[in-house]
Write a new protein. Structure first.
Length: 310
């Protein structure tokens, strides 16, 4: 399988030393062969796509299996149960990779990373994404941005801009689950810096929006110093793994809640509900308890609480 990275006006091709020597003058005029170090830098900082797929950052189960030759893709037989799309600035880089390892294999996680972009630009890309038109309540959209909206000259007007942008997203994304993320603390600045003050104000309003709407909230503001890079601006690997773990818990809890509600609806229609069986079993066990047993349990609980208080 051949891979290439387009860097206008060049195309970087992956090859070994012998292939480079055999490339010829014509190929050298049209292509640029990079040494490992600059190539790794480009792969880490740029948005990379292959010749056969247009998705910039895809993890988990792929819609297509790119195992064909000459650009011919063979459809994958893996069933796609749900999709998770992450839209973020550079803070969300590699989220798709870490998140996919914590979700089931039938979940597709895509990452759309816009380095240095303010939240309104990320929101524009989110609301214009054609793939999201087919998203349902089984799928999830994650919004992570806002760090690039604030600088030393920022005011509360910038807070209102971020808040209004998020409200616009709520109005356009109604057919799927939306997960809002608060803005991480800037550890490269003093805690009382104007930027951190405005970020704190913005996060308060983001939490209010999540509470008043059907959106879920991933609070990244309380990520500790050890979750950030040495410089203090971005989340490091440990911070991203931590954030994706919390994100997977949010997604899994939503899925489990929906499954419980589905079981309840089956029970109401006359079917057998596992949850009902568990509740009835617990009620039966409680009825069979004698009063002395209950008194003894209460006494042991009170004694244990007194010991803990001492």
């Amino acid at each position: 399988k051949q891979w290439s990275l387009t860097i206008q006006p060049y195309v970087v091709k992956f090859c070994n030393r012998e292939e480079r020597l055999k490339s010829g003058e014509e190929c050298m005029r049209n292509c640029c062969y990079l040494e490992p170090k600059p190539l790794i830098y480009i792969l880490e900082t740029g948005r990379v796509s292959n010749k056969q797929g247009s998705r910039a950052e895809v993890a988990g189960a792929s819609v297509e299996s790119f195992s064909g030759e000459n650009g011919q893709a063979k459809p994958s037989k893996r069933r796609i149960n749900r999709r998770v799309a992450v839209f973020s600035a550079s803070q969300g880089r590699d989220f798709s990779k870490y998140l996919s390892t914590r979700l089931d294999e039938n979940t597709v996680v895509t990452g759309n990373v816009y380095s240095g972009a303010p939240v309104q630009y990320i929101a524009e890309k989110l609301m214009s994404d054609k793939d999201l038109e087919s998203f349902t309540m089984k799928d999830f959209v994650v919004l992570l941005g806002g760090t690039n909206n604030f600088g030393s000259l920022s005011t509360e007007l910038d807070v209102d801009l971020v808040v209004n942008t998020i409200k616009n997203i709520l109005g356009s994304v109604k057919s799927t689950n939306l997960i809002l993320c608060t803005i991480p603390h800037r550890y490269d600045l003093h805690k009382n810096d104007v930027v951190n003050t405005l970020i704190k104000m913005t996060n308060t309003k983001i939490r209010d929006i999540a509470d008043s709407s059907k959106s879920m909230l991933l609070d990244l503001y309380y990520c500790s110093r050890r979750h950030h890079t040495r410089h203090g601006l971005h989340l490091n690997k440990a911070g991203k793994i931590y954030a994706c773990r919390e994100l997977s818990i949010l997604i899994s809890s939503k899925i489990n809640t929906r499954n419980v509600l589905a079981h309840d609806s089956i029970g109401e229609t006359g079917g057998t509900c596992i949850l009902d069986k568990v509740l009835m079993s617990n009620m039966s066990n409680n009825i069979n308890k004698t009063i002395p047993d209950i008194s003894q349990s209460l006494s042991m609980s009170l004694n244990l609480r007194e010991d803990l208080n001492d």
